[in-house]
Design a protein. Sequence first.
Length: 379
Amino acid sequence: MKLRIPLLVLALSVVLLILFRLFPSFMDTVYSSFLYILIAQGVSTLVALIPFSLAEVLLYLLVFFLLFYLVRGIVIMFVKPLSQVKVIWKKNLIATASFLLWVISAYMLTCGLHYHRLFLEDRLAYPQLQVTTSDLTNMAGALVREVNLAASYTRRTPQGDMIPDHTFDRYKKDIALAYDSLAVTTGLRTGGRYPATKTILASRGMSYAYMSGFFFPWTLEANVNKDVPVFRLPAIMAHEQAHVRGFMRENEANFLAYLVARHTGNGDLKYSCLLHSLNYILNAIHSAVPQEYPALLESLSPRVLYDLQEEYEYWEQFRSSFGVMSQKVNDAYLKANAQPEGVASYGKVVDLMIADFIIHNKQVQQNPGSSVCIGEGTL
């Protein structure tokens, strides 16, 4: 009896998953772009009233209760009659099964189904393009110019460290404005109010696991590592907010963070998102056309080079077997959720960036007499 309702909810989740596989366009419109965003905005607004990460607290409580009931169950085996032990263990197993069913169902409804929605390039009507190394190098050159310009507006200490111009709450507001603007210009359902973005108290521990942020589907919170270099924080927030908005594929979340830079007037946010995107372009250049890599690095401004070195040194101190294991777990998780490339899917954002670059350039060339103005936080 106790399992009937959670089993029904799980069955509903499975039915929806099948529908996503059979009718991805229809389910993208009805569920991911409508029903889910109504639920997510309501839950996010309520969870935002809690001033700390509810996800972090729940994870701590989960570990505590797992250990507590495990020890309790073992002790009971030695102090209670066998008949009572069977009853108690049966009751605990049913309760555990019910809990797991609810957990799995909630995950599928708030997160898992979105891995099977339409690809972002289809939603944006990007045509199939034959990308060349020339396209990659042209894109890299354009992005370097953008990053250098954005870096020139950042405040610095005499040593070169970036001084944030805005608070964490201001970043949240400007990211929301950027996603609203993005929704207007692209037609994507990225707008709306999703205020539950939280920092993690154990951020240093996240760094040891090589994690800069995570989306917690059971509370619909975007959780970020506050220990990372300051220039990384806004981009992490924008990336995790893409997940909250129902874009679960890593390359798509990275691409949306890249587009956020185009739709914000917040200088720190713009620079952070562009620098975040630059890392993927640099890796692609190093792999595809390594002979161009040194010249590209030389074209970066001293501020950008300083930040790239600082980021490298930050993560280098956390290299350990635990970090490697964490990456393998994340790789397995992504592969289990319709991303066969695993952690390599993070870097697939380059394909979307090049497609956007080619299309944008063609649009500009078709209207050489017209000026092009990209709205920045206009809503």
